[in-house]
Design a protein around this ligand. Structure first.
Ligand code: 3HC
Length: 286
């Protein structure tokens, strides 16, 4: 089976890596070789960690040899599945899907890794609405087991079943949504936690560090609630929050996030968010 991943950012290159580890022939497309080369370095770094730990048996180089990189959509002409992971801008996603629809064979399924855009809005740009579906991975894709499967009102049951099977072959745990709701399953739960955490900080009832300790050592989450927001990116978290609010799923807002984003303190990637990350890399806050 040939899988095309569109977009080689954090999610895209992680998804391509997972697909190659699972034995699929993978193509990874982005807009420039500079971006693709950065993605290649990140994948190699991650594969080396997994290889040293014995999580994967094949060498990082042999897994990388299963990933063909390209800067045009021509490589889509013989694929079976495309997974789009470009930035969360609806016009951009629709443009990508319209290109994929033009080039990919008729049998190919077109999946999107969107975390917030309605799948139906993306499907409607194509001539194969029944083959368009949400397949939402989590960061870091090589480690996180959950994949949310989001059918739109147009998606066929064959498409849903194929994507559930694909997720299992990628060694993931697929969770299928019954209806398309903003934030899907896990982000809606996480945002409830985040809203209460923000309220407690804004009301000066607790500190960010205190809340994160409670999350780690009582709720037993792998990261604190604010720490996870830093890890995801405060701009991404804010966008997602705004989408959930604008689509009526909640009316709670939190100025802590917009203030940080205004200051360009975006979390791990900018070196500072709620905590400091001097090397621009994630490390557990002291
Ligand atoms: N590739 C390979 N290995 C990786 C890796 C990667 N990309 N990222 C982390 N690891 C490895 C580390 O090397 C480490 O290996 P070791 O145990 O041999 O040292 C192991 O994973 C654990 O990493 P750390 O020691 O650095 O730290 P943690 O134990 O805290 O684990 C974590 C890191 C796996 C990221 C864990 O903290 C975690 O699960 N955090 C929650 C992440 C989460 O919730 N992600 C979802 C975000 S929401 C999202 O993506 C959706 C979108 O819509 C916004």
């Amino acid at each position: 089976m040939k899988i095309l991943v569109v977009g080689s950012g954090t999610m895209g290159h992680g998804i391509a890596e997972v697909a190659a580890i699972s034995g699929f022939d993978v193509k990874l497309v982005d807009i420039s070789w500079e971006i693709l080369n950065r993605a290649k370095e990140k994948m190699l770094e991650s594969l080396k960690k997994l290889y040293e730990k014995g999580t994967i048996k094949d060498s990082p180089e042999s897994i990388m040899s299963k990933i063909e990189m390209a800067v045009t959509y021509d490589v889509a002409k013989d694929i079976d599945i495309a997974i789009e992971a470009v930035p969360e801008i609806i016009d951009l996603k629709r443009k990508v899907f319209s290109e994929l629809d033009r080039v990919a064979p008729q049998h190919a399924i077109l999946a999107t890794n969107t975390s917030s855009i309605p799948i139906s809005d993306i499907a409607e740009i194509t001539s194969r609405k029944e083959k368009v579906i949400g397949m939402h991975f989590f960061n870091p894709p090589p480690i996180m087991k959950l994949v949310e499967i989001i059918p739109s009102k147009y998606t066929s049951s064959d498409t849903i079943n194929e994507i559930i099977e694909l997720s299992k072959k990628m060694n993931k745990i697929p969770v299928r949504l019954k209806v398309e709701v903003p934030g899907f399953v896990s982000n809606r739960i996480y945002f409830r936690l985040l809203q209460e955490a923000c309220r407690e900080v804004e009301a000066k009832e607790a500190t960010i560090e205190g809340i994160d300790s409670a999350a780690r050592y009582k709720l037993r989450l792998p990261m604190g609630i604010f720490e996870l927001a830093d890890y995801v990116g405060l701009d991404v978290s804010l966008d997602l929050w705004n989408v959930i609010v604008s689509r009526g799923a909640t009316d709670v807002k939190c100025s802590l996030f917009s203030e940080k984003v205004k200051l360009k303190e975006l979390g791990v990637k900018s070196g500072k968010g709620f905590y400091n990350y001097p090397a621009g890399k994630y490390s557990k806050p002291e």
